[in-house]
Design a protein around this ligand. Structure first.
Ligand code: FAD
Length: 403
């Protein structure tokens, strides 16, 4: 028989002290700096308040978590980053999305930038003086899902990079990326020629102050107001050759690997949004009286609460398993991270909708934040791999014996 200690070695559900520390820092930050202002982001059309919160996140050392320690960052793995995103999203889905998307844009730089480029990029990203965000500029007006879809082999990318001596000249248009209007750096998905498929695919790190790079106004939208989404225009933007991440033809592979890590982040954001709404609804259900007793004592409401709690726990286990395997030296798994994203976002949609239902008209009111959570949750079913496409992908990977 396996002793208790041996069993624990094999399957442990305990976070390390370091992981608890970083999660608790994010939890405190969300309680003190995000949740108290979460309902104000909707009216913060210029993103001024969001910028202040992001600056405070930099000061607290949260933004630096994804930066390698050699450049002054926290060196957090997919596990720590996801734990932090859940906490931030408990405070506000939009702030978590802005920070998670910045880490999304940093991932290919981590994987493929030259040491010289890393030295230029990472120390400022770890800086505590000011919040600097990266924008992962992937989606284009003709469609986002096809660009993420490995079966399309980068053939739908219309952002073109042309070689010109020691430079590349980038021409094209992106739309919707998080941090569109306020990024310090853009990680750009491009191609030298869409007809070449993956062989022409390439990613570039493009500083925000590059001549020819311009951004439109933040697009009004349903939720995630603390995140700025707009059109980004690259009009003959010249970048030095060393800003190419890896080499021509590496773009598709880098993007797919990046998506593996960042779908887990999206799952964690979904869990945080759901947990925030769930706690508010649970508290309400304990205090609201109907038929002379608290709502929670009605069996159907207790069952709803039970299902909500189960969904949150299950989604957290899924994202932590995916994050853990992604953090192993050769362990990144597209199927597990995509499962976590699909399951967690569908769960968050259900849980936030049920939270509104349990609170009745008060849930529908802006004041309690649960209708905001419902609106924020919706996009997680769409971004970083729309769930219809993502489900098919999991099915294909499963059928292909990738499990
Ligand atoms: C708040 C927010 C943050 C975002 N952050 C980023 C970011 O950081 N970087 C970035 O590049 N983009 C970002 N986006 C854009 C987002 O990733 C895209 O909206 C998403 O990829 C879907 O692309 P699309 O809107 O062009 O829809 P389409 O690709 O046109 O898809 C529309 C719908 O069609 C269905 N569909 C599409 N393809 C398939 C398929 N193969 N099989 C079955 N059904 C399919 C799905 O239902 C899908 O929802 C963000 C958007 C928002 C609103």
């Amino acid at each position: 028989m396996t002793s208790k200690n041996e069993a624990e070695k094999g399957l442990s559900f305990t976070l390390s002290e370091e992981q608890e520390k970083v999660r608790d820092l994010a939890r405190r930050f969300a309680q003190e700096e995000i949740r108290p202002v979460a309902l104000k982001f909707e009216d913060d059309r210029e993103g001024t308040l969001a910028e202040q919160v992001i600056d405070k996140a930099a000061q607290a050392g949260i933004l630096a978590l994804a930066v390698p320690q050699e450049f002054g960052g926290g060196g957090g793995s997919n596990v720590e980053c996801s734990l932090v995103l859940e906490e931030l999203a408990w405070g506000c889905g939009g702030i978590a999305t802005a920070i998670g998307a910045s880490w999304f844009g940093q991932t290919p730089i981590l994987m493929a930038a030259s040491q010289e480029l890393r030295r230029q990029i990472f120390p400022p990203l770890a800086g505590r003086d000011k919040g600097r965000l990266v924008c992962m500029a992937m989606t284009e007006p003709a469609g986002g899902t096809d660009i993420e879809n490995p079966h399309m082999h980068s053939r739908t990318v219309r952002t073109i990079a042309r070689e010109d001596g020691d430079y590349f000249v980038i021409q094209g248009k992106k739309i919707w990326p998080s941090n569109s209007t306020n990024a310090w750096l853009y990680t750009v998905v491009a191609t030298v020629d869409p007809a070449q498929g993956d062989a022409g695919s390439c990613l570039f790190a493009v500083p925000a102050d590059s001549p020819g790079l311009s951004v439109g106004k933040s697009i009004p939208k349903m939720g995630m107001h603390a995140d700025q989404n707009a059109e980004i225009i690259f009009s003959d933007v010249r970048v030095p050759r060393q800003n190419l991440l890896g080499k021509i033809g590496d773009g598709a592979r880098l993007l797919q690997r990046t998506l593996i890590y960042n779908r887990v982040g999206a799952a964690a954001i979904a869990v945080g949004i759901a947990r925030g709404a769930f706690e508010t609804a649970l508290d309400w259900a304990k205090r609201r009286i109907t038929m002379g007793r608290p709502l929670i004592e009605h069996p159907i409401i207790a069952a709803m609460i039970g299902d909500m709690a189960t969904g949150i726990e299950a989604a957290r286990l899924l994202y932590l398993r995916a994050a853990w395997v992604n953090a192993q030296p050769k362990g990144a798994r597209m199927d597990w991270s995509t499962m976590a994203k699909v399951y967690a976002s569908d769960m968050a949609m259900r849980v936030t909708t049920d939270a509104v239902q349990i609170m009745g008209a008060y849930g529908y009111a802006k004041e309690y934040g649960v209708e905001k959570a419902m609106r924020d949750a919706k996009i997680v079913q769409i971004f970083i791999g729309a769930n219809e496409f993502a489900r098919q992908l999991v099915g294909e990977l499963t059928a292909g014996g990738n499990r």
